[in-house]
Design a protein around this ligand. Sequence first.
Ligand code: AMP
Ligand code: MN
Ligand code: MN
Ligand code: MN
Length: 286
Amino acid sequence: MNLHCDLHSHSTVSDGTLSPTELILRAHEKEVEVFALTDHDATEGLKEAALAADKVGLNFVPGIELSVTWSHQTIHIVGLGINPDDEILNRGLQVLREFRGRRGEEIALKLEKKGLEKPLEGAKKFANGEILSRTHFARYLVEQGKAKDIRQVFKRYLVKGKPGYVAGKWASLEDALSWIHGAGGIAVIAHPARYKLSSTRLRQLIAEFKELGGLGFEAISGSHSPDEELRMAQLANKFELYVSKGSDFHSPENVYRELGYLPDIPVGSRPLWHSDAWKERIGDFT
Ligand code: AMP
Ligand code: MN
Ligand code: MN
Ligand code: MN
């Protein structure tokens, strides 16, 4: 029942600060048994991570965290057990990255108006590859002394209603699920309590997600409080979704919760790795 797993994490390929190999070594050190790398809108780290995991004997699950716009709101959908080379998925990712590039320019213009110098160049200095994230802007603003930490930067500059905010135009929920399923993966609603959706809207999201063949619900998340975890696990049960868990680890300096340090799936909930889909596509860990 209680597998020591962590099914949500980020590397330097998106907005994390550890390379895929460093991340795998850290997971191994923390005695994680099953580990997924789920970079934002990118699969480039998956081969390196799989090789590193193989060397240390860690069960690795290739994953992704897709940015989705659902009902004017940004939602994240994790895909687990995906084929990194799937063509349709990669074509979709290309579109998301192009939006990231355009949005980065818009964010930079807005921050310049607030007196920041060369914010685009600054953010890019913190980005490793194709993915330009708000986190990279946040790291630059911290470096520039505009706030004490990343969380403060988001609050002051990068969220809705703040000077550097640009609305997301991401994938549709339908496209995201079809890309994940087409690439052989299992879809999971990431950190459901983070969106601050009303209970009606969250139920609506779940209903649409299920209709599209979605299976997992990340009730146990490094960004949830214990109370949120319990409420989200109950909601998963009600909608007959399988519960997933992930730290959403980004960096050793900036932890919601340490990689791998997550509570057990509550009694009465069904862990995602008990699903037939998981057993067929990823392996049997029961
Ligand atoms: P993006 O996909 O570029 O819009 O950036 C989203 C990322 O920013 C998330 O995956 C988090 O890593 C980070 N993020 C979002 N909100 C916050 C926050 N309030 N504090 C710290 N990091 C945040
Ligand atoms: Mn992130
Ligand atoms: Mn997320
Ligand atoms: Mn994440």
